[in-house]
Design a protein around this ligand. Structure first.
Ligand SMILES: Cc1cc2nc3c(=O)[nH]c(=O)nc-3n(C[C@H](O)[C@H](O)[C@H](O)COP(=O)(O)OP(=O)(O)OC[C@H]3O[C@@H](n4cnc5c(N)ncnc54)[C@H](O)[C@@H]3O)c2cc1C
Length: 386
């Protein structure tokens, strides 16, 4: 069997899992290389806790090299070009050739695409932003808080709701909730529409019970930092004293220029095998677009990147071993996620997103059990159990 080189682009959730699983399944003669710009891995599901002041940056991150299995080579640097035709990529100026490539480069956040947004808004979608929000929340003593989801699609459908519910809980603990007016604006018609009407209703009731105004079908157009005002596409406006946003997302530029994206701007893949249109090239996680039977896209979430990575690793290993295509593994669309609600509780959504005609998702109501489930998951992930 000829020696093969598999390169994994990105050392986030999908990239780490696929690299470690490949290393486990392939003999030592084959090379597994991860290319990643950041030396540290940050566990995104904990960002909302970081923003509330309940976690420190050090406790939700690890050196990437410590999380990768022995025998996985790490190239730290910026991927500057992907050349599908020649089966090579560039890290800065350096060329790296491949036999198989797994792309797991995630989604980029683009606050500057909304005029006024970068100057005006706080966020908890990046570690540095979550820390800035933590400091602002610590000194906030009242006023209008607007949480705005700036565009579609965005990572983790539950995260904006966690953000607003935990901020409400924080204000209650500080004894200032009576001085705070909370409003949430989202482009979608209902909370987490992919999870179905029952889940949406439960979240809506949670927001109502906590006196958080909910405004669906509001797509952000501009922000005026001087007037402290947001304007939506239908020209409706809202005033704020503190603006928290989920910034717009896009597929990383380096992927867009590789020619693998479609009209959605993301990379289409076979939803069962994660193969792209290019031979020997797979893509997984947030950078992909998968359309569900309902017509909605599969949400961008780590749980999917994780599950997809297992499938891709097994199939590349099978291909190298010469096992015929008919015996390949497939991703079945199962997913789950916690939704922190405060007061030591979390809700928990689980089900099959590939079910037809609609995803078959059950949202379990908030309990202490699911909150502890999320804490346990965080600990296990940062110990590299995947
Ligand atoms: C606040 C928040 C809460 C979340 N909570 C949950 C949750 O509870 N459950 C859940 O399932 N998901 C959650 N998610 C979503 C989850 O984090 C993402 O869906 C997941 O990380 C996607 O994995 P990925 O491998 O596709 O991309 P990522 O994990 O984003 O990894 C992409 C990697 O590629 C690297 N990269 C990109 N471009 C380049 C380049 N040019 N050169 C070198 N390296 C590059 C990046 O540095 C990054 O490390 C949350 C996200 C956020 C922001």
């Amino acid at each position: 069997m000829a020696r093969k080189r598999i390169i994994v682009l990105g050392g986030g959730i999908g990239g780490m899992v696929v690299a470690n699983q490949l290393r486990k399944r392939l003999s030592g003669e084959h090379q597994v290389i991860v290319v990643e710009r950041n030396p540290r891995h940050y566990f995104a599901p904990s960002y909302v806790w970081l923003a509330m002041g309940w976690r420190k940056q050090e406790t939700i991150s690890r050196e990437l090299s410590r999380l990768l299995s022995r025998g996985v080579q790490l190239i730290q640097g910026e991927i500057s070009r992907i050349d599908i035709g020649e089966k090579r990529i560039f890290v800065g100026e350096d060329e790296v050739r491949y036999d198989y490539m797994v792309m797991a480069l995630g989604a980029e956040l683009t606050p500057p695409s909304i005029p006024g947004l970068p100057e005006a808004a706080y966020s908890f979608y990046e570690v540095s932003e979550a820390q800035r929000l933590r400091d602002a929340l610590a000194s906030f003593d009242g006023g209008r808080v607007a949480l705005v989801v700036a565009g579609l699609p965005y990572k983790c459908p539950a995260a904006p709701y966690e953000g607003v519910l935990l901020a409400d809980y924080l204000f209650r603990k500080k004894g200032i909730r009576d001085n705070v007016q909370m409003e949430m604006f989202v482009p979608e018609p209902a909370p987490m529409p992919v999870a179905g009407p029952a889940a949406g209703q439960m979240i809506h009731e949670l927001l109502q019970g906590r006196e958080i105004g909910y405004h669906p079908r509001h797509r952000l157009k501009t922000v005026d930092p001087a007037k402290k005002q947001v304007t939506f596409e239908d020209d409706a406006t809202a005033e704020y004293d503190m603006l928290i946003t989920i910034p717009p997302h896009r597929c990383p530029e380096v992927v867009a220029s590789s020619g693998l994206t479609n009209e959605s701007g993301w990379v289409p893949v076979d939803q069962r095998t994660l193969q792209t249109s290019a031979e020997g090239v797979y893509a997984l996680g947030d950078m992909t677009t998968i359309t569900l039977a309902s017509g909605m896209p599969l949400p961008k979430a780590g749980v999917f990147a994780h599950g997809e990575a297992h499938v891709v690793a097994r199939n590349i290993a099978a291909d190298i071993a010469g096992i015929p295509g008919s015996a390949r593994h497939t991703f079945n669309g199962d997913g789950a996620c916690f939704l922190e609600t405060g007061f030591g509780k979390a809700a928990y959504a689980t089900g099959n997103f590939y079910a037809e005609p609609n995803a078959d998702i059950k949202l379990r109501k908030p309990s202490f059990r699911w909150h502890w489930g999320k804490i346990l998951f965080e600990k296990r992930w940062l110990r590299g159990w995947f």
